[in-house]
Ligand binder design. Sequence first.
Ligand code: NAD
Length: 461
Amino acid sequence: MITEKEVTSTLDHIHDGFKNRVNATLYQRLSHLRKLEKALKDYEQELIAALKNDFNKSEFETVLTEILPVMLEIKYFKKNLKSLMKAKRVRTPLPLMPASSRIMHEAKGVVLIIGAWNYPINLTLVPLVGAIAAGNTAIVKPSELTPHTAAVLEKMIKETFKSSFVRILQGDGDFTSNLLDHPFDHIFYTGSTQVGQLVYEKAAKQLCPVTLELGGKSPAIFSRTVNYDKAVKRLIWGKMVNAGQTCVAPDYVLVPLARKEVFLESCTRYMKQFKVENLNNQTKIVNRRHFDRIEKLVTGKHKILFGGKFDAENLVIEPTIVEIFDQHHALMQEEIFGPVLPVYFYKDRIEIRKFYEKSPNPLALYIFSKDKPFIRDTIEAFPSGGVLINDTMMHLANEKLPFGGRGTSGFGNYHGNASFECFSHTKSVMKQVNWFDVDFRYFPFTDKKLGFLRKILNFFS
Ligand code: NAD
């Protein structure tokens, strides 16, 4: 493992890089983004192999959920960076005239990006693209739970960028905790809510701004009026991608009791159609601790509707749907983060509220309905990081939509323009002229001036 001395010298280098403007101009930023794009192409096969090694992730999923999102983010900035970097003129109020006003985006400085293991390329490189576009230098700390991917990322970044611009540092939780004692200008953290709190505490000591991309229990709420066939197909896909180890996976599903039969019919169809014949070809649970944790959640009063096989030796869980009978079941006590989907058949809206209130402020809220008032009322009644109607997870693919949580699912947003904002300081710049000056605001504050000030106050109130 890297020594404290090496960490300090790496960070000094990166701070110097920012001061020496290694990534300041439009030309530099675009050229760095192009280099990253090329590196990703060159390293694609190595990255696919590394993820296969880490938790048996398939090539299809790696390309779709890891590499493609980074490429699309780079494409967005190649197209929009010039206009994003331009200062925006804003109106100046009459009493301040003839001054002019504008808003500039200034790079924050040295950014620390701490990633989670479940999408180890996406969750480190998508924020890195935003940090680069906004003119920063960066340290990236990938998760230690996907060591093969972290090693390839480290090699790729070392070959691609100067040591004064971006570096990958590898280490576990203790290492990261110590890293947070060093000065940074922004910390971008993706991971669990518990560790997010620790990161926030450390950042507070240095008054360092933080983005926290955390987890939670994202519900899928069905109404009576929906195309059940399509809805269930999208629901099951969203739950089973990456073996359910996705921050925005539908965590649990609430279906009207009156639609139980049609819901189960569609489930039967798609659980069969999506079945991986050989479980060894399925994405694994990342380690034994997580496997045991998920297995323990399937206890108590419930009915297994589909699946239910737990293969501890190979760390594989068969896609499983479980009927639960109230919100107190073990599966409702924490984020599941695995291919187990609890379903509750509800009788009225009060029951939906009971489930929501057990884990409020989810990262995503999925509504399956054709009923406009139902959709509107559900969005208004249940605050969430984001909402997707009639699908799962695909809202992340729209770079025009800021992505982030609220409350326990985190704060701050990224993706596209939101990433640029996240990694920039918004700086107000006003310019006054010298050829015109009103004496009114200067000393001495005479009664005549006070009288005039009162008139202005009355005028505006
Ligand atoms: P984690 O919090 O255990 O680890 C994430 C990162 O934090 C790792 O790099 C790890 O080394 C580091 N870390 C661990 N202990 C630390 C400490 N004491 N101080 C500082 N850093 C420390 O999370 P995880 O298990 O890798 O990820 C799973 C969680 O992440 C789930 O809750 C999931 O919902 C959430 N998640 C959220 C998003 C999102 O975009 N909102 C995306 C993916 C995952």
